[in-house]
Design a protein around this ligand. Structure first.
Ligand code: AMP
Length: 576
């Protein structure tokens, strides 16, 4: 007879009774811990690795002062240690928040490592926000130190007296470029702080769950919310985002993040580049097409990253000057949907692969990346392109599902659209000082509701059709604005397009297209609407087109649809 442990004993030993049937587990069986080292995942370890294994690798920056600065990971690590000592001397302790208002550059990178590495929290502020919003955010975060680029001196001078928690203001420049006079009392010079210390410093060890950095959501309604990353979440995010089916980062890459270091930590690239030992190139404030192209070519950039609006400027420059990219082979586009027409231009005309990615401040930010699976490589171009326009597959670590309005899980059939829920070790659990966790319970687990509406196909490719607040509800049916925008953007005369819900007497809401034309291009309403024929269901076709000189963009380069709705929501009222 087979020996069995009784159910009650199984429960006491936390053994599943079913698995016990017919087997003969010993009464001594119990879970065992692995016997591997417990080494906390700390941001300082990324820098230590870069220094030791890629010490000669370069970090190149176009400085705010105008010139090109060049040094190595070894120099970066030494200066970050000196800076950590200087911050400690200023009284910056564990958990203290250090704010930055700065472009992408080597000094900002030093702060990334010095602040987090010493156990304080790096808080990157977005200088494109309104001054009142900046003050609110710095106050909410209780920033003790504020480090900023020279170009932001007038901005900081204007708000300094309102920044109640800030004890030290640091201008990120050298003595020579310090202002003779300033309204900021006891303004410190960044290079003086570094010069005042040597680099004999050991990065402290602490719990990997300790907070490392802080970003506020770009929330268009209500106050922004603080997302507090940990060392563990940041290091895991770096591992995952560097994977071959994600951003495919390596020591052979030269990475130029156009995405600002104040926009979700430049999508984690300052960390993952150190992890893999890639060369880093920082553009400083020069984000126009001409300056970027110059750096791409001069520094042999292989990979870049940014929101679609940035690439419009770059492509316009490259096209008008009939230039080519001699080294860049891929670019990550995310933050908003990448129009397929932009992908085609990059790939077909310039041989640059577009890696379409989706993420959020709340996800550190990478959630999904659109890289093809093996069998798809052999598909005809049009079929491949249809996949590449999607936001892609989840990277390992991110679980996702879509749910309907009742919270029922929807099938992965590429058709059913619902709210996208995600979970994973680099997804926010609660907001800074938030009383309530934003998570929703589903199947006994907490999930983060992204506010995005998406489909997922049988192969796991997720496609964002809209933000839930931007969805157009026509006669009770949803119309996805992103599809409509992508079609308009494919028209050769269209520079930018945004589709919003306009109030309609019969259908509640109907799509209204707001468009800017390319310089010198001729395009009328009827011609543009005719362009939709055969491309989508007829009832999805926008009811009208408004041509404008400029479409309003927010602080991270995304279209401000709430502003457009305020302006044009009554455009269709009175039409049957
Ligand atoms: P943020 O937290 O400011 O980075 O904004 C995150 C939001 O940007 C997401 O919830 C999406 O609505 C949008 N987003 C990010 N990446 C994409 C993408 N590739 N396609 C469409 N929307 C995107």
């Amino acid at each position: 007879m087979k020996w069995q442990i009784p159910v009650a004993e199984c429960q006491a030993l936390a053994l599943p009774f079913e698995n016990n049937r017919g087997t003969t587990p010993s009464r001594r069986d119990k879970p065992m811990n692995g016997q591997m080292m417990q080494q906390p995942l700390l941001i300082s370890s990324l820098l230590r690795h870069a220094e030791r294994h890629h010490g000669e690798q370069q970090v190149v920056s176009r400085r705010v002062e105008g010139d090109i600065h060049r040094y190595s990971y070894r120099d970066l690590a030494a200066r970050a240690r000196r800076l950590a000592k200087a911050l400690a001397a200023l009284g910056v302790g564990q958990g203290a928040r250090v704010g930055t208002i700065a472009w992408n550059g080597y000094r900002h990178l030093e702060l990334y490592y010095a602040v987090s590495g010493s156990g304080a929290v790096l808080h990157t502020l977005n200088p494109r926000l309104h001054a009142d919003q900046l003050v609110w955010i710095a106050d909410h975060a209780e920033d003790q130190v504020l480090c900023f680029d020279k170009g932001f001196l007038p901005l900081v001078e204007a708000v300094a007296s309102r920044l109640a928690s800030v004890r030290h203001f640091v201008l990120m420049t050298d003595r020579e470029h310090m202002p003779a006079q300033t309204a900021i009392p006891k303004l410190l010079c960044y290079e003086d702080l570094i010069d005042g210390q040597d680099d004999r410093f050991e990065w402290p060890e602490f719990d990997e769950n300790q907070a490392s950095s802080l970003c506020y959501t770009s929330g268009t309604t209500g106050h922004p919310k603080g997302v507090l990353y940990s060392h563990r979440s940041t290091v895991l995010h770096s591992y995952a985002s560097a994977l071959p089916d994600a951003l495919k980062l390596s020591a052979r890459d030269t990475i130029l993040p156009v995405v600002p270091m104040f926009h979700v930590n430049a999508w984690g690239l300052p960390y993952s580049a150190c992890m893999v030992g890639a060369k880093l190139v920082f553009p400083g404030p020069g984000l126009d097409g001409t300056s970027l192209y110059e750096l791409f070519e001069a520094e042999g950039v292989t990979l870049s990253a940014g929101v679609p609006t940035v690439w419009q400027g770059l492509l316009a420059h490259v096209q008008s000057q009939e230039l080519r990219f001699s080294t860049m082979n891929r670019t990550i586009i995310g933050g908003s949907a990448c129009p397929p027409a932009m992908m085609e231009t990059f790939e077909d005309r310039y041989g640059v692969q577009v890696i379409h990615a989706w993420g959020m401040t709340e996800l550190s930010p990478v959630g999904t990346v659109c890289t093809l699976k093996g069998e798809q490589l052999a598909w005809p171009k049009s079929r491949r392109r249809a996949i590449q326009a999607k936001q892609g597959r989840s990277v390992f670590g991110i679980d996702m599902k879509i749910v309907d309005e009742q919270g029922e899980a929807l099938p992965w059939d590429g058709q059913s659209a619902g709210e996208l829920l995600v979970r994973g070790p680099w997804v926010v659990e609660r907001y800074l000082k938030g009383e309530k966790s934003p998570l929703v319970m589903h199947g006994g687990q907490g999930w983060f509701p992204t506010g995005d509406v998406a489909t997922i196909d049988a192969q796991g490719f997720m496609n964002i059709t809209d933000r839930s607040k931007d969805v157009i509800k026509s006669g009770g049916e949803w119309i996805g604005s992103i599809d409509l925008e992508n079609i308009a953007m494919a028209h050769p005369a269209v520079a930018m397009a945004a589709c919003i819900a306009a109030r309609h007497p019969r259908w509640d809401e109907r799509p209204l297209l707001v468009v800017t034309r390319k310089p010198g291009a001729q395009l009328g309403r009827d011609e543009l609407l005719a362009f939709y024929e055969g491309k989508i269901a007829k009832w999805w076709t926008p009811d009208d087109v408004v041509f404008v000189d400029a479409i309003p963009l927010g602080a991270t380069g995304k279209v401000l649809k709430n502003q457009l709705r305020e302006q044009f929501q009554d455009q269709l009222v009175g039409r049957a």
